[in-house]
Every structure is written in C-alpha cells, then in structure tokens.
Write a protein that binds this ligand. Structure first.
Ligand SMILES: [Zn+2]
Length: 93
C-alpha cells in the first residue's frame, strides 16, 4: 500500500524541494516510484540537508524492521512529531 501524506504539494512551482516535501516523497523514493526528475530533485535536496538524510535513514530502518511501510504506520501523532522535529531543526538553524 502506498503511503500518502495530506500535505499540499507545490512541486511544479518550486525547483528545490523543501524538507516537508522530502518527508512527503520519502516513501515514493524508497519504493522507487518517483519520476527521474523528482528523484533527482530529492537526491539534490538530501545532498545538502543532513536532517532529511537522517530522516531517510530512519525510514529505511523502519522499513527494515517492519518489512514494509503501510499507511497505518504513520499516524497523525507521528506526523505531528515530525513537524515538531523540523521546527526544532529550524530553530537550531
Ligand atoms: Zn531537508
């Protein structure tokens, strides 16, 4: 099952991904279903963003442990936790 976040996408108007979009795309990336252009943007963002690199590593670990990622694995609480995490990262800047 593909996981979908309810967050809005604005990719067509933004050549560079913001962290929230990376979080949104990470399962597509791990499932290798991104378009070549999206994948390139995703990897370009990762290259300059240790927070998203870390998030991707955590997602890989989650998938390794769970064997898969299902929509129910990411609850609204977990999304709220992620939002807090990114807010902290920005505050630390
Ligand atoms: Zn990022």
């Amino acid at each position: 099952m593909r996981m979908r976040f309810p967050w809005p996408r604005a990719r067509s108007r933004q050549p560079e991904l913001v962290c929230q979009q990376v979080v949104e795309l990470v399962t597509d990336y791990l499932e290798d279903v991104l378009s070549a252009a999206d994948r390139e943007r995703f990897e370009r963002h990762l290259a300059g963003c240790p927070h998203c690199t870390e998030y991707l590593a955590q997602m890989r670990e989650t998938i390794r442990l769970a064997g898969r990622v299902a929509a129910e694995d990411l609850t609204p609480v977990m999304r709220a936790d992620l939002t807090d995490l990114y807010r902290r990262w920005r505050a630390e800047g």
